[in-house]
Write a protein that binds this ligand. Sequence first.
Ligand code: AGP
Length: 609
Amino acid sequence: MCGIVGYIGEQEACQILVDGLKKLEYRGYDSAGVALLNENGIDVRKSVGKLKALECALENCVPRGHLGIGHTRWATHGRPSDENAHPHSDCTGKLTVVHNGIIENYMALKERLVSEGHEFKSETDTEVAAHLVESYYNGDLAEAVRKAARDMEGSFALVIIATDEPDKIVAARRHSPLVIGLGKGENYLASDVAAFLKHTRKVLFADDDTLAVITRDGVTLTDLNGNVVEKAAQTIEWDAAMAERGGYEHFMLKEIHEQPRALRETMRGRLAPDKDFIELPGINLTEDEIKKIDRIIMIACGTAYHASMAGKYAIEQLCRIPVEIDVASELRYRDPIVDDRTLGIVISQSGETLDTVVGLREVKEKGAKIVAITNVVGSMAARESDGVLYTYAGPEIAVASTKAYTTQLMVLYLIAMYFAQVRGTISPQRAAELRQALWDLPQLAEVILNDYQSVIAAADRYYCFNGFLYMARGINLASALEGALKIKEISYMHAEGYAAGEMKHGPIAMIDPTFVTVAVTVQSKTYDKMLGNIREVKARAGEVIAIAYNGDTGIKDYADRVIYIPQTEEIFSPALVAIPLQLMAYFVAHNRGPAIDQPRNLAKTVTVE
Ligand code: AGP
């Protein structure tokens, strides 16, 4: 996720900006840049790579100025490169912007601006903002930004400076973070307080659709129509490390809480309540090609493999296309049957997992088209695939994958519904119900995250047990495996995920009073069978936690504890079930004490076979 900084005041701004960007490094980035305003205009310096590269570029000739903006870029549109790095300027070079977020309608805006004669230098959605503000600029920067913001759909924290108004920074935001730091005779702004905490703890959090005009001596907030907005300053008590984690104790917990936002970002531009169709431009398959597909092979490792398990159910159910799923490290040794009617779907948060990339090449060489689902623009998986659907989760820092998983599910659901739409395998009415249910998913995730006392209480009871068994049926088998993997990764406890129907074929032998079973009971068709499995565990003195839908009061008679989640369509339920299971793993590990964000023996990205 991009990082933004800004400074206006007495001091030379450049070092303050670079120091601020260093504090935002944890957000992940692939390039960085600064823009300083001085009597000669706006001096923009940027480079691909880490901040070290930018510092080298600044070394021999530090740009001067008491007002400046800076940026670390996490690519979403256009590969990481010097040209795509921020800041970006308009045609005249008199306006310069940095941006965090995704401007969904940037293609339409770009076409309009190109037809008006604007010339673009990068592939980014951000550059559109620079030219859009230019098109409205008439000597009043704030008003031009307000007009541009009204035209833009999607999410943005936009910060802009202009040579003709050298006494101010103008910023606007919608859905992307932006906080203003209040100093004496100087002011700051950033994506989060970590960037300026050493200078000031007094802050203003701007609301959605707010515009801020920041001068040395003050800040004026307005809505996008120019009405003044009053906002009280707050004092931040966090230390610097805590500020990076947004006030959470660990990145994992922060990332769990980011899921509603990440899900929304991943839906944006693809699904909308006022549209009766799904759009997936990145998939790069014609309708004819989609109709021709007679087999799908999904390739992934670890958590991404669990996403593929749920994806298989969704695609087979909605599109009636047979789906094979493969742990990537096994795929090439089984000589899979592939031809030009096969579609390979590669799922990888990093896009760099070597086994997954090798699997991709294997299937591609055999003649399949490949679509990658990845979180990292320009990653190997993205580069080597025919089409790419990004998960807009933002960088995932904790080794244990959370928001990457649920956003991978989201993309798989979108693919299933898109293919069903093209192939006509579900009725328009069913398609509408599913679109609505998918649209509601982030809000239901929010409901879970607003109150999870029952999860904490369960973790407090079971963290010293001998092991966890997760059982489920149908599409939530993926949830059982993912729940067990989360516990293993961060608490080093024995945990297994099993199809509940397999219990009697072995795992039930493990049940005793020191073993807890987590039973996912949200499937209607197999609900009674799950109750039977719970009874069997209870009969052997095992304890049971049920993950059940709100309103299922009867389940209390079977399980020792119940964790309730809101109801959704069955095929989407793994995205909600995942959240209490992630939280359970987190709080169990928290009670046991290991390093949650960086568990022993694990790397975030496995780049060896
Ligand atoms: C899950 O919590 C993991 N850390 C791990 O299983 C991960 O999902 C796997 O290594 C795949 O990574 P990728 O998505 O970057 O390819």
